[in-house]
Structure formats: structure tokens, C-alpha cells
Design a protein around this ligand. Structure first.
Ligand SMILES: Nc1ncnc2c1ncn2[C@@H]1O[C@H](COP(=O)(O)OP(=O)(O)OP(=O)(O)O)[C@@H](O)[C@H]1O
Length: 319
């Protein structure tokens, strides 16, 4: 999970001003973000916004036109082998041989990697909780089990970063819940996860930080809670509102205030941005009470990530 703000964070993925032009069209327009050790980083965007193109660049399947991508300090193109040693990735569906058992599939992939023996295979089988079915043929597996076997395969080489493209796609609600808990367990064990998804509630429940991409640009990046709070409001019900407005306006950094009527005052997202967090609300409210204002109610209204996403992308279709 996210390290606290004052402890140093190790960067495992660094994307700096990356652009991708295909056939004279700029598909990715200079995106930058970092992913830190042990966090779950969500990559969220509407259909056609550039998620898959970005993921393909992260693992050197295609090359950026400009900018640089580093994994654990290694440039993914210039130092391909070192960088790829630190990353496991499943883009679209995991490639599995359905006529082999789960174990045989893992053996096949282990043979392509240095230092991966039967003990490591057994370890990843345990991590993905597939001990009971690992010697059955893959064709008998559910979609969720195939996904988990794909993740086991991606974990064989002991990566620091796991990249998952839409890991809950096609799963039923129970499968989605299990996948979410599984991803959280992986992060708790110190792995960093980069998860693309169009399921906003999933991202909100699962991720520590998120980048929102639209038309090839990262339009927001930050902690899920902070992004949500940015679009938040505080509503005070009190009297006399005019006197309260004066007091609130005089309080430093309370920038975006509106008196709705005789008893309601609203402070919008700029208030949170100025204050950095919602801890300021009780302090300001106490000042009002101390000044003799009659307080009826204080309400903090946070939008969902979905509200924020829709307002940022102006209702583009998500997926
Ligand atoms: N090889 C290509 N040639 C031309 N245009 C491309 C190519 N690859 C991607 N694009 C365009 O770039 C844009 C971004 O595509 P990308 O597949 O990265 O989006 P996405 O966010 O992954 O969307 P989806 O969720 O549908 O997969 C789209 O408009 C797509 O049509």
C-alpha cells in the first residue's frame, strides 16, 4: 500500500514525457507518471484513449517516438534485458496451452527464464492458490483460474512490477472480488501493480493511486482519496449566513465559497486543494461556533471516482 507522505518512496516505473506517433497521428501526447514500490496503480481511461498503446510501450513491444520509460532504473529499450527482468506482464489474454496441465504450462515458461526451478514453480502456484487444480488440464479451468495461472506465469521471474491489462474483464462478481483481494495480497507482499481497468468502482476499491488518461493525455494523477476529495464540497447549514460567510472568507485559503441562501454556505473543491485535506473542516467550523454562529449541520460531500472521471472526460464512453 502507499507509503506515508514523509517516508521515501522507491520508484519502480518511471514514465517521462512519452509520446507515440503512428502514421502521422499523435496517439500518446507526452505522458508522465511514476509507480512506487508496493502500490497498486490504476490506469483508467475511455475507449481508445491510449491504454493498450501505453502498456505495449511499457514492456517494449513498441517504441515511444519520444520520451523515456524506466523500470527499476533501467531503460526499457536501451537496457531491455535488465528492465524486463523486473517486470511481469499480461496484456490481453494470457497465452496458455489448454491441452497441457497448469503445472506443465508453468514448466514450459520456466524453461525460458534463468534461475526458475521446480521450487519457484511451486511457490507461484501457492501464491495464486492453485495447488488443488495445478495438475489438471488448463482446458478444464474457469476463466478466473486461467487468469490466475497467467499471473503465476508472470510471477515466475520474481518481478518487482506486475502489469495487468483489465484483470477483472469477463469475471463474475465473485471472481472480481477474489481477483481484487488477490491483487491486494500481492501488493501487501511488496509487489507493485500497474492495473488498467475501465471499472471505476474497482479502481476506487483496489488502487492506491490512479492516472486518468483521455485522448492520449494523462489528465489527472494522484492518490484516489485526494482526487476524490478535490471534487468534494463542504456544506454548512448555519445562521446568520452572511456573518459566517465573512468569517469563512477571512479564514486563510478558503477560496471558493458560495452563500446559497440565508442558511447554507458551500465551499467547493478548491477549498480542499488549498487545505490539502479535510482535517481543516472541524477547525474552521469551531471558529464559526466560537464566533457565536448557530450551526445546524456540516456535511462533506465527496464525489465517486466515477463522477470525477465523467466530469474530466466529459462523458466519453468508457471501456
Ligand atoms: N497501429 C495503429 N495504427 C493506427 N492507429 C492506432 C494504432 N494503434 C492504436 N491506434 C489508435 O490509437 C488510439 C489509442 O488506442 P489504444 O488501443 O491504445 O486505446 P485503449 O485506451 O487501449 O482503448 P481500448 O480500451 O479500446 O483498448 C485509438 O484511437 C486507436 O485507434
Amino acid at each position: 500500500m502507499t507509503a506515508s507522505a514523509d517516508s521515501p518512496r522507491t520508484t519502480v516505473l518511471s514514465v517521462t514525457n512519452v509520446k507515440k506517433r503512428i502514421k502521422n497521428k499523435e496517439i500518446i501526447k507526452g505522458i508522465s507518471f511514476d509507480v512506487y514500490a508496493g502500490e497498486i496503480f490504476g490506469f483508467l481511461g475511455p475507449n481508445g484513449s491510449g491504454k493498450t498503446t501505453t502498456i505495449r510501450m511499457l514492456v517494449d513491444l513498441i517504441r515511444p517516438t519520444e520520451g523515456s520509460i524506466q523500470i527499476c532504473g533501467f531503460d526499457v529499450h536501451e537496457q531491455h534485458d535488465q528492465a524486463m527482468r523486473h517486470v511481469g506482464c499480461i496484456v490481453e489474454n494470457p497465452e496458455l496451452y489448454s491441452y497441457l496441465t497448469g503445472w506443465e504450462n508453468l514448466e514450459h515458461f520456466a524453461n525460458m527464464l534463468p534461475d526458475v526451478d521446480a521450487q519457484r514453480i511451486a511457490e507461484v502456484v501457492e501464491i495464486v492458490s492453485m495447488d488443488a487444480r495445478i495438475h489438471d488440464k488448463v482446458r478444464t479451468y474457469s476463466l478466473g483460474m486461467r487468469q490466475r495461472l497467467g499471473i503465476a506465469q508472470a510471477l515466475l521471474g520474481r518481478p518487482s512490477l506486475l502489469i495487468l491489462d483489465e484483470p477483472t474483464n469477463g469475471l463474475d462478481p465473485q471472481g472480481i472480488k477474489e481477483m481484487r483481494e488477490f491483487i491486494q495480497r500481492l501488493a501487501a507482499g511488496g509487489l507493485s501493480l500497474f492495473v488498467s481497468s475501465h471499472l471505476l468502482s474497482e479502481i476506487q476499491q483496489m488502487c492506491d493511486r490512479v492516472a486518468i488518461i483521455s485522448h492520449g493525455e494523462v489528465i489527472q494523477v494522484g492518490a484516489v482519496d485526494e482526487l476524490v476529495a478535490q471534487g468534494g464540497q463542504v456544506v454548512w447549514s448555519l445562521a446568520p449566513a452572511a456573518q459566517a460567510e465573512e468569517l469563512l472568507g477571512a479564514a486563510s485559503a478558503v477560496t471558493a465559497l458560495e452563500r446559497l441562501d440565508d442558511v447554507h454556505i458551500v465551499a467547493d473543491g478548491a477549498y480542499f486543494q488549498a487545505q490539502m485535506n479535510q482535517e481543516h473542516v472541524p477547525l474552521v467550523t469551531k471558529q464559526l461556533i466560537d464566533a457565536g454562529i448557530r450551526l445546524y449541520a456540516v456535511e462533506i460531500k465527496n464525489p465517486t471516482l466515477e463522477d470525477l472521471f465523467l466530469s474530466l472526460t466529459e462523458g466519453e464512453r468508457i471501456g
